[in-house]
Ligand binder design. Structure first.
Ligand SMILES: Cc1cc2nc3c(=O)[nH]c(=O)nc-3n(C[C@H](O)[C@H](O)[C@H](O)COP(=O)(O)OP(=O)(O)OC[C@H]3O[C@@H](n4cnc5c(N)ncnc54)[C@H](O)[C@@H]3O)c2cc1C
Length: 479
């Protein structure tokens, strides 16, 4: 079959665009090189809904950020993705930084955002009592918030699939040809898909995809950000996201509550060789601890439950690249989507769909499009008595698999079955939080493996942590 559109990359950009395209009568396929969706930058980032004061006025980033905040909050609610409008403070620690705060305020006004004000250090500490005594001024941003980035991606792809989109996992686009207005995308495994329109949403590899079509007019410069995530015991240190004044390298090390009640500190910003870079370094984590403690003294870093790295897909121009190829008809690049790409994802999807329409894609409304997704957390959100009644009918919800995060067998089985289906331990973790707690899966991983094995009809030895050769066990004892 020839699809109307093939999207390369199942991050939040590709996922949200697929969902947007399903509002029209179109045949859409998403190709993803990993064993699951949300495995690139959309998995490992700060999860902040940025207010829009930072992008340079007049850029696409500034425009889509200003438009994107409300769209993101609305869409997350429709998709039952955890989101909270908690606000943020950008803190100045010197007179020079206080001047920058005033500049950011002016920039925010130019970008057309509301709910921003400059406050004194004392006012900032009144709002956030654990803030450093050294903070002398702050930009208060009421409209910003926090969201779970991987759940948003999973939900966007899932909703697109529920509305008819297809997803091909373990499909690494390696060769692309174009003949007679039809693209053929060939994977590393020799599979192929055909489409009339091709959309490059490959994140850190979007320049490589452009290169496959001899259309590389931009270059991705990967920049890594290291984080430390702390236990829920530290989760109430701050109620808003605490930023430092941004620099050329990015928005700096923040301290933020997460939608799940943890405390997040990070990221650093360092050039790395590859978008695949995942390691954390002693120097990076030291920098995170030092700067986070400088903003919010007293954070107990003994509460760190995990550290991780995310890689930004930056480009030297500094702006998003969302434009049709000048060379290859039918090819749309949605590239260089670094921060605030998560905040802008719905606005980016709408803008990209508009570009496709201008490129000639016939877009006839799909009256059956369902913008909502069933709540995957319905059981978690029930009252105790409602849970008890539910368990009488569905006993698998009464068997707790992950004790740290209180996740039941029923919720895990549901997560395996729902679009986009998952086949590995990390996929379960991102969908249900089983393994996300203090023990990081030390106790529940064997139970999760058993469920994955039963649901997907594969032997335990074939269950992986995150696809490829990441097997959890090597063989059965005695065999
Ligand atoms: C450290 C850090 C902090 C950030 N913080 C924030 C924040 O707080 N707020 C905010 O708004 N934004 C933030 N961002 C930016 C945000 O994370 C990104 O803009 C967003 O996740 C980009 O999504 P994407 O889908 O474009 O890219 P990705 O999520 O990287 O997805 C690209 C996908 O393409 C796939 N792919 C690549 N090559 C191929 C191929 N050949 N064939 C098939 N598939 C392929 C990859 O496997 C990947 O799944 C942050 C980013 C980082 C790294």
């Amino acid at each position: 079959m020839v699809y109307d559109a093939v999207i390369i990359g199942a991050g939040v950009t590709g996922g949200m665009l697929a969902r947007e395209l399903m509002k029209y009568r179109l045949a859409v396929c998403i190709c993803e090189k990993e064993n699951d969706v949300a495995c690139g930058a959309s998995k490992a980032n700060s999860g902040i809904v940025h207010g829009g004061y930072d992008p340079v006025p007049g850029t696409l980033k500034a425009r889509l950020n200003a438009a994107g905040v409300e769209k993101l909050f609305e869409t997350a609610k429709l998709l039952h993705v955890p989101v909270k409008r908690c606000g943020s403070l950008v803190c100045a620690f010197s007179e020079a930084e206080a001047t920058r705060i005033n500049e950011l305020y002016e920039r925010g006004l130019k970008n057309g955002i509301s709910g921003i004000s400059v406050i004194t250090g004392a006012e900032a500490r009144k709002a956030e009592p654990n803030l450093s005594p050294e903070v002398c001024a702050a930009l208060s941003v009421e409209n910003s918030g926090i969201v779970c980035p991987y759940e948003l991606t999973i939900a966007a792809v899932g909703n697109a699939m529920d509305n008819g989109a297809e997803l091909k996992l373990n499909f690494e686009a390696e060769k692309i040809t174009e003949k007679g207005g039809v693209f053929t995308v060939i994977s590393k495994n020799g599979e192929s898909v055909k489409a009339r329109y091709l959309i490059n949403c490959a994140g850190g590899y979007s320049d490589k995809i452009a290169e496959l079509l001899d259309d590389k007019f931009f270059e991705i410069i990967p920049r890594a950000g290291e984080y430390m995530l702390l236990d829920k015991t530290e989760g109430s240190r701050v109620s808003r996201t605490i930023f430092r004044v941004p620099t050329k390298e990015g928005k700096g090390v923040l301290v933020s509550p997460t939608v799940d009640g943890n405390l997040l500190t990070g990221p650093t910003s360092a050039a790395v060789a590859s978008a695949e870079s995942r390691e954390t370094t002693p120097e990076g984590l030291d920098t995170v601890a030092r700067l986070a403690s400088n903003s919010v003294p007293g954070i107990d870093f003994r509460g760190v439950i995990t550290s991780f790295t995310g890689v930004r897909a930056s480009e030297k121009g500094g702006d998003f690249i969302i434009e049709p190829s000048k060379r290859v008809k039918g090819l749309l690049h949605v590239a260089a989507i670094d921060s605030p790409g998560l905040t802008c994802c719905v606005a980016i999807a709408e803008y990209a769909a508009e570009q496709l329409k201008n490129m000639g894609l016939r877009m006839e409304k799909n009256p059956e499009f369902n913008p909502r997704r069933e709540n995957p957390h319905a059981f978690r959100e029930m009252t105790d008595s409602a849970k008890n009644e539910y368990i009488k009918i569905h006993p698998e919800y009464g068997r707790i698999v992950c004790r740290c995060e209180t996740v039941s067998e029923g919720e895990i089985r549901d997560a395996v079955r729902r679009n986009p289906k998952t086949f590995d331990i990390d996929g379960i973790k991102r969908r249900t939080r089983a393994g996300m707690g203090r023990c990081q899966g030390g106790f529940c991983a064997p139970y999760v493996m058993k469920i994955l094995s039963e649901e997907n009809g594969i032997p335990m030895e074939k269950v992986t942590k995150n696809g490829g050769n990441s097997y959890m066990v090597s063989e059965r004892e005695g065999e």
